[in-house]
Design a protein around this ligand. Sequence first.
Ligand SMILES: [Cu+2]
Length: 299
Amino acid sequence: MLLVTTIVFVVSVAFVVAAFARGVRRRRDRSASTPERPAPSSERSLSRWVAGGVAITVVILVALLVASVWTGRTIASLHASSAVTIEVTGHQWWWEIVYDDAVPSRRVQTANEVHVPLDRPVVLKVTSRDVIHSFWAPNLHGKRDLIPGYTTAIWLQADRAGIFRGQCAEFCGLQHAHMAFDVVAEPEADFERWLDGMRQPARPPQSETERRGRDVFMTTRCAGCHTVQGTDAHGQVAPDLTHMGTRSTIGAGTLPNTREHMQAWIRDPQASKPGNQMPPNPLSADDLQALLAYLETLR
Ligand SMILES: [Cu+2]
């Protein structure tokens, strides 16, 4: 496309320059200030030029359209045997991330953090659960809208290690600005290690406090919305918390993932991210500390 449009640009500019030069020359040759009426024969030749120009333009545009649709389809249906497929679902206002596997116990579910191996094609299958979002990690790929009920594919490949910041790029409601994510690009071995870690169910609580924290989690509303693999918590409307401790932020980039911020978030998520779908939790101080201790075991 760049080649074709460059040629078109150069040719068009050449014609403009030629026409301009011709006009200057004519004006110099003849001092007459009234423009002459073109002879009928030259008028016919003029309309032939214009018709030719329009025809070439139409042909080029149709060819580019066909090429673009064809390339888009090829990329969308890309199934390179080595490609990693990741499912991304937009929610108001967080990202559900799934690494599917034919073996159900090897399926990985997480949120707001996408890990990809270096130098390998990655196919992201994106969709939305509620409104239109847009998945965008500017250093890795172009924007792609997430349409409810419709799955599209984005293809990307990371050639250098690092953490790439991403952001919802389509206004999707009150907390649109707090709908960020990280793409962590890492060497294949690190990626596999991470994936293996994510496949493990949550470690059972060890201490008395942790056990109490788990009970608080299971008996208050937390478990109705959140999943913790390996426990009775199977909620599907909120981020999977099985390995919450490995994530760098709380609330899709809203707060750093520290104990203090976690405490504030659980007490009242509406304070730092007003309008989000998690309600405040008026817990006793002991219950809250136990819950925090339990959440810290989810690594
Ligand atoms: Cu969004």
